[in-house]
Design a protein around this ligand. Structure first.
Ligand SMILES: Cc1cc2nc3c(=O)[nH]c(=O)nc-3n(C[C@H](O)[C@H](O)[C@H](O)COP(=O)(O)OP(=O)(O)OC[C@H]3O[C@@H](n4cnc5c(N)ncnc54)[C@H](O)[C@@H]3O)c2cc1C
Length: 404
């Protein structure tokens, strides 16, 4: 007779069409997209967190120009809970305030979890995936689950052994209710008119109603340490300097995101892998934002008639080559930002960049920078000295710290 520890794992014979690993931004939106555009397919999501309330507070913003006019893009624009603004601005010491046209949008983790529940997406919370094979996954509970297609969107898959090195974009954000109107009509995505310390520093202001806003204190820093309490104090100080009074602190969110010096897209760990999301390296290397890439992924799925593994694989291979086409330039920009200018002068690079033509700036955020854009960006040289130039040109993966 088998002892408990030798007991064979149970095989769940119910074949699912698409099994999604991870219920974050990528996994959650993919499941909702499939519910809408492929309603006949059986879809199941496995998530290690015990419940939706455990998913960290996140506000996912993106530019209207990250989207196109395909059915998927229209679906994203009409997602319940999506907040939209017409235009946004940046503020720099010499440039002053510059307004950009086009729309700006924001979606929250609360809205995502609400939609997953209201659309009755089958999410199994508390299901930790241990290993992934082509046609099934093993959970840490010992259970095996079979599926025709398995899309891995977990964010803690083993990273590329060839190493991702670079700096960090770290921030703390407070969602606030103020005593009075803040007077902001649209988001200020970079307000660099503040003390420059710990690298390039700016405030991000996202007005969500007349008296409510999200305010983030952000640093493009050489280190990943984030002192949440002291940054919260900095935010409160900045709020008071802006002449506002806090009535209530509603929520807090924070992040330490990689700003890599080489492509973050990691190599597959097994031949049958179908991975997407931040864990697989699909994000904008300079902003560390991934929403635009998730939108591209879903748009590309429109052309997939049968939900088969080879079809998904073709889509992912195409996205990998799209990412590769632009990633080298953005990682080059990161090396300029972190190695070619001194930390407190980093803001000058971003200031010059945001003085460039509006179309160029939009294409940059959408990872669609073209050849002429590159020339113009390169022409906005930062103030360099010989030591910094040497650091920049002698950069090699092995002599710079690794992002864990
Ligand atoms: C605070 C914050 C704000 C951000 N803001 C923006 C923004 O404004 N715009 C933008 O484009 N990007 C933003 N990003 C970057 C990026 O879009 C987010 O990190 C986004 O959540 C990434 O989505 P994802 O689905 O790839 O990973 P995640 O959302 O992290 O989802 C992965 C999921 O996999 C689950 N998981 C992990 N291991 C297992 C396992 N073994 N078994 C089962 N499940 C598992 C995790 O619990 C998690 O829920 C932000 C990031 C942070 C941290």
């Amino acid at each position: 007779m088998l002892q408990a520890s030798e007991a064979r794992p149970t095989v769940n014979q119910t074949q699912t069409d698409v099994l999604i690993l991870g219920a974050g931004l990528t996994g959650g939106l993919l499941a909702l997209w499939l519910k809408t555009f492929r309603p006949q397919a059986s879809v199941r999501v496995l998530e290690t967190l015990p419940g939706p309330a455990h998913y960290p507070e996140r506000t996912w913003s993106f530019h209207g120009s990250d989207l196109e006019f395909e059915p998927t893009d229209n679906w994203i624009r009409s997602l319940p809970g999506l907040k939209s603004w017409q235009g946004y601005s940046v503020r720099f010491p010499h440039l002053g305030e510059r307004h950009f046209g086009g729309s700006y949008h924001s979606f929250s983790s609360d809205a995502l979890n609400h939609l997953l529940a209201s659309q009755k997406v089958e999410v199994r919370w508390g299901a930790t995936v241990k290993t992934v094979e082509a046609d099934h996954v093993d959970l840490t509970s010992g259970e095996k689950l079979a599926a025709s297609v398995i899309v891995d969107t977990r964010n803690n898959s083993p990273s590329n052994p060839s190493a991702i090195r670079g700096g960090f974009q770290k921030f703390v954000g407070l969602r606030l209710e103020l005593e009075q109107s803040h007077g902001l009509k649209s988001p200020v995505i970079m307000d660099a008119c503040c003390e420059q310390k710990d690298g390039y520093r700016f405030f991000y202001l996202l007005p969500t109603s007349e008296k409510e806003l999200l305010i983030e204190d952000t640093y493009y820093s050489d280190t990943s340490e984030l002192d949440v309490n002291s940054i919260c104090s900095e935010i409160r100080k900045s709020v008071s300097e802006r002449g506002w009074k806090i009535r209530k602190e509603l929520k807090i969110e924070s992040g330490v995101l990689p700003v890599p010096f080489s492509s973050p897209v990691r190599k597959s760990t097994h031949p049958n892998e179908l991975s997407f999301g931040v864990g697989a390296g699909f994000y904008h290397p300079v902003t560390a934002y991934s929403f635009a890439w998730v939108a591209r992924f879903l748009r590309a799925l429109e052309g997939v008639e049968h939900l088969s593994r080879p079809d998904f694989d073709r889509v992912l291979q195409r996205l990998k080559s799209d990412h590769k086409r632009t990633v080298w330039f953005y990682t080059f920009m990161n090396r300029m930002l972190f190695l070619a200018v001194s930390p407190t002068l980093r803001y000058q690079l971003l200031e010059k960049f945001h003085s460039l033509p509006e179309g160029l700036v939009q294409r940059f955020y959408a990872s669609k920078t073209n050849f002429l854009d590159r020339l113009q960006i390169l022409a906005t040289r930062p103030a360099l000295n010989y030591t910094q130039l040497a650091r920049f040109f002698l950069w090699a993966p092995k002599n710079h710290r690794r992002i864990e």
